[in-house]
Design a protein around this ligand. Structure first.
Ligand code: ADE
Length: 222
């Protein structure tokens, strides 16, 4: 899979995409990252990517041309996602949908807003990672990238680890996990998990998943 990220801060991604699962996935050839510097698609001496809003108001708006020219250059296949607080909420089902594409392109806005023509005529969808406003789309693009890459077959060594993740497959929040020591500062691991009774353990986990999912009023996962 190829993931394109268009941003005025391509360096922002250097560290995170080298580490952990996103880094390993690149090393073993499961994913290729193409970082496009939005400023390289400007044509003035100051490499201007923003301008004042039509109609007035505070803050600067990112110009449409650099985004359109970046896409002309990258010629991506598959979804072109604009990260924005205005978008639909990014969910596990979206990560699954993107993970089966050959290519995913993430457009990061910055400053107050992005010219609406990018959302309307360039992006195929607009995605938010939560109901809060970030300084830019870069952190959101990393969130989406991580959630997608870990779903690529072979990205996670132990398939069971991914198969029992929260939200995986059945849309439930996963049961809590414990490891040794069995008792730590007076807090002990639930007896059932140490019983060796596999059926009872499976039933306990299911019950935990149902309860947690109901408590948090999330259940669809998509
Ligand atoms: N850009 C600014 N806020 C954002 C959010 N909540 N999600 C995605 N991109 C954003």
């Amino acid at each position: 899979m190829r993931i394109n990220i268009v941003s005025i801060f391509p360096d922002f991604f250097d560290g995170p995409l080298r580490l952990s699962i996103p880094g390993r996935a690149r090393e073993v050839g499961l994913v290729q990252y193409r970082l496009a510097d939005l400023r390289s698609y400007t044509h003035d001496k100051h490499r201007t990517v923003d301008d004042r809003p039509y109609g007035g108001g505070a803050g600067m708006v990112m110009k449409p041309e650099p985004f359109f020219e970046a896409i002309d250059d990258l010629e991506p296949e598959g979804p072109i996602v604009l990260l924005s607080a205005r978008g639909h909420l990014f969910r596990h089902a979206d990560a699954v949908r993107y993970s089966v594409e050959p290519e995913l392109t993430l457009l990061c806005g910055h400053y107050k807003d992005v010219d609406q023509r990018v959302a309307d005529h360039l992006a195929t969808e607009e995605v938010s990672i939560g109901d809060y406003v970030l300084s830019g789309g870069e952190i959101a693009a990393l969130v989406v990238t991580d959630a997608v890459v870990r779903l690529l077959p072979g990205a996670i060594g132990d398939h069971d680890a991914a198969a029992t993740d929260s939200f995986y497959d059945d849309g439930l929040i996963s049961a809590p996990s414990y490891t040794r020591p069995a008792n730590y500062r007076g807090h002990s691991v639930p007896e059932i998990l140490r019983s060796g009774a596999h059926e009872e353990i499976a039933a306990w986990k299911e019950e935990q998943e149902d309860n947690l999912t109901r408590e948090r009023e999330r259940g669809s996962g998509g």
